[in-house]
Design a protein around this ligand. Structure first.
Ligand code: NAD
Length: 373
């Protein structure tokens, strides 16, 4: 059983899908490990560290030759996998809704593509969930990015020269990223408020010491669907939410938006007219910018200014914390494959529940229900 770890090819991707720690653990299971030379450099891991952990470090062709499983952070392009065994598993974040052509190409090439972002949200799969591990770091980094762009301080400071007042931070979307953003903004000393469409988050917001800003008594408030994800809300709810946000946002210094709906474009939460009511020097960070954006005018990969307000739209925020993001991502992959390791076959064998959820392609066809619609 040979597991290949390839160097990421996407522009700006600094993470890597295995660390020396997970290489050692896979070896202990009985796998042969091969890591492409230079794969860990941007996450501060030297080739020598992989070699010391027991991996063969070599060029891409040698690493892929005879591989049963290929690990990646983002899906390696199907035509860059020559040498991997027919039917080899490609285990990575595969962006199945965003890059359907690549999924089709995996099928044509005969690979079995396993999309880690389709991992079901069930208790036993929590330790395999790349969305959670990476969103958590994004939520933290979004607050630091906001602080870096903000020309003022976050905490209240009483000095001999007078008082600096605390920044007011508003977090929109309280999933994994939003909860970490609340906690981080609180740690930095901001006065924090937050909102979501799922009423279950109200208690979570309050338990972190932040103020919950919620639309009350409007149909469609319970925007919670399967697996704890949000669903589209009613038009009446959307109008009530917009009104509430307009009143609140004008008083905020920092806004972090994280709202996503799986398989759909990100909901628009902030309009240009609302930005115009904010104080000059305020900062908005749009973590959903790559999924269409929560904020009107946000540009992926850029920091733009509208009405004196900075709108931060960094791409691939977890990659901005490449070392920690890689460590957590790699553990997710190890937790996944090791949970299904069949000792006799010396290979992972998936069960139906998880296999059907994450398998995109098999036997030359696209097989995933969510893609077949
Ligand atoms: P997500 O990244 O899909 O979305 C981020 C947040 O945006 C969500 O809280 C969502 O409700 C919110 N949102 C969507 N539309 C909105 C709108 N119009 N206005 C305001 N907010 C809006 O969510 P996530 O971070 O993946 O977390 C979703 C839930 O799943 C959480 O309750 C989380 O704890 C849970 N979860 C469970 C597991 C598990 O059991 N294995 C793993 C991870 C997350």
């Amino acid at each position: 059983m040979k597991i290949a770890v390839v160097k990421e090819q996407a522009a700006g991707e600094k993470r890597v899908a295995a660390t020396p720690e997970t290489v050692k653990k896979f070896k202990a299971l009985g796998a042969e490990m091969a890591v492409e030379a230079g794969a860990g450099l941007t996450a501060s891991i030297a080739d020598a560290d992989y070699a010391a952990a027991g991996a063969a470090v070599a060029d891409r062709a040698a690493v892929l030759a005879g591989a049963d499983v290929v690990l990646g952070v983002q899906g390696p392009s199907p035509d860059s996998l020559a040498g991997a065994k027919p039917g080899a598993w490609i285990v990575a974040g595969l962006n199945p809704f965003g890059d359907r052509a690549r999924v089709d190409a995996y099928a044509v090439a005969g690979y079995e593509a396993l999309a880690m972002e389709f991992m079901p949200r069930i208790t036993r799969a929590q330790s395999m969930d790349i969305l959670s591990s990476q969103s958590n770091l994004s939520g933290y980094k979004a607050v630091l990015d906001a602080a870096a762009e903000y020309g003022r301080a976050f905490p209240m400071m009483m000095t001999a020269a007078g008082t600096v007042s605390a920044a007011k931070a508003f977090i929109m979307g309280v999933g994994v990223a939003g909860l970490q953003a609340i906690a981080t903004a609180r740690r930095l000393g901001a006065q924090v408020s937050a909102t979501d469409v799922r009423s279950a988050t109200k208690e979570q917001i309050e338990s972190l010491g932040a103020k919950a800003i919620f639309v009350e008594k409007v149909a469609g408030i319970e925007g919670e669907g399967s697996g704890g994800y949000a669903t589209e809300t009613s038009d009446e709810y959307k109008a009530a939410q917009a009104e509430l946000v307009s009143a609140h946002i004008a008083k905020q210094d920092i806004v972090i938006t994280t709202a996503l709906i799986p398989g759909r474009p990100a909901p628009r939460l902030i309009t240009d007219a609302q930005i115009a009511t904010m104080k000059p020097g305020s900062v908005i960070v749009d973590l959903a910018v790559e999924q269409g954006g929560n904020v009107e005018g946000a540009v992926a990969g850029e920091v733009v200014e509208r009405h004196g307000v900075k709108i931060v739209g960094h791409r691939n925020v977890p990659s901005r914390l490449a070392a920690d993001a890689s460590a957590l991502f790699s553990r997710n992959l190890y937790n996944f494959l090791s949970a299904f390791w069949d000792k006799e076959k010396n290979a992972p064998v998936l069960d139906e529940e998880i296999g059907n959820a994450i398998r995109l392609t098999q036997g030359g066809k696209v097989v995933n229900e969510r893609l077949l619609g």
